[in-house]
Design a protein around this ligand. Structure first.
Ligand code: NAI
Ligand code: MG
Length: 330
């Protein structure tokens, strides 16, 4: 069956790395159909909606969505702008965010870990209030969301090296983080073959820097997962290399580089496409194109061992030149 991927490049460098990724995927799998849809700040300014209904409709018809990045104003309330990626995650109930970190560059420590981030609640319910002097954010943790995220993490741990670390701060937040931790431990009873540990989020930050090779899979509430996954990306060369997947129980899943729209380099043609390309490899796996995904990964690794590298890795390759190196390696 010929699958459909919906491209949502978004803003800034999303518009540079997503078309290049589509070019590579089309080269690998000529039978894939690509559709295109709009989201983000530019779309909001033009249409009044950051995620138009037409985009949701097109996305719903696809087997996978490849999302670039969007630009968010720091104070969205002033304009009514709402982050499209958060809305997409909610709309399609993509409750788990997979963020793998693998050392790909020569001379790096042997990092190969996966952060599974709860993707639907925590502080991201965005219930804030303020009287100008005191500001309060509500944070929701549910057993259901924690358990289903933990199950995804445990399945991955089982398929990998069989270790799972539960990240929390239950010493300070015994009700919310305590529930997250307990819920994960409950599901872990179904996985006696997975070795469990739990760790406070601050200690996890330290161990990720000091000895990242000790980790296999980590499962974390939304904000901790967001922060620790950027930290992990920093260990192996930065956001230009970090892919992610947003998955749920349905067919539709959203694949996106972890990075944002990078306004400081947007429009210059120098963004590193690797994070988007690796997200494309995750999309291929989701579509059952496991062999093509493997070939793409090998080609990306080969391109990263050769010169020239993209600017964020100290080289002078443009986005297009680096993509050409990957296609050549394929
Ligand atoms: P960012 O990820 O856009 O950039 C952080 C730094 O990393 C910048 O110096 C940038 O140049 C560099 N960088 C990121 N990706 C790169 C790549 N592929 N190649 C080379 N260098 C790269 O994060 P920042 O600056 O905090 O946010 C910029 C905008 O992006 C904001 O409006 C933010 O809200 C939005 N954002 C959107 C996300 C999404 O759509 N999922 C995720 C993160 C941020
Ligand atoms: Mg982030």
């Amino acid at each position: 069956m010929s699958p459909t991927i919906c491209l949502i490049p978004g803003d800034g460098i999303g518009q540079e790395v997503i078309p290049e990724t589509a070019r590579v995927l089309a080269h690998l799998c000529p039978d894939i159909t690509f559709t295109q849809a709009n989201a983000g700040w530019e779309t909001f300014e033009r249409t009044g909606s950051a995620l138009p209904q037409a985009t949701l409709a097109r996305a719903a018809q696809a087997d996978a969505i490849l999302f670039g990045a969007t630009q968010s104003p720091t104070d969205g309330r002033k304009t009514g702008y709402a982050s499209p990626i958060l809305a997409l995650r909610q709309h399609f109930d993509l409750y788990a965010n997979l963020r793998p970190t693998i050392a790909l560059l020569p001379g790096q420590p042997p990092v190969d870990l996966l952060i599974v981030r709860e993707n639907s609640e925590g502080l991201y319910i965005r219930e804030e209030e303020s009287d100008g002097e005191t500001a309060i954010a509500r944070r929701r943790i549910t057993r259901r969301a924690s358990q289903r995220t933990a199950r995804v993490a445990l399945e991955h741990a089982r398929a990998r090296r069989g270790r799972l670390t539960i990240i929390h701060k239950a010493n300070v937040l015994p009700l919310t983080d305590g529930l997250f931790r307990r819920a994960a431990l409950e599901v872990a009873e179904d996985y006696p073959d997975v070795q469990m540990e739990d760790m406070l989020v601050d200690a996890a930050a330290m161990w990720l820097v000091k000895d990242p090779a000790r980790f296999d899979v980590l499962v974390a509430p939304n904000l901790y997962g967001d922060i620790l996954s950027d930290l992990a990306a920093g260990l192996v060369g930065g956001l230009g290399l970090a892919p992610s997947a947003n998955i749920g129980d349905n067919r539709v899943a959203v694949f996106e580089p972890v990075h944002g729209s990078a306004p400081d380099i947007a429009g210059q043609g120098v963004a590193n496409p690797t994070a988007a390309l690796l997200s494309g490899a995750m999309a291929l796996e989701h579509l059952g194109r496991v062999e093509e995904a493997r070939r793409l990964r090998i080609a990306i690794y080969a391109a990263l061992q050769s010169a020239p590298l993209p600017a964020d890795l100290g080289g002078n390759a443009s986005t297009i030149e680096f993509t050409e190196t990957v296609i050549h390696a394929l």
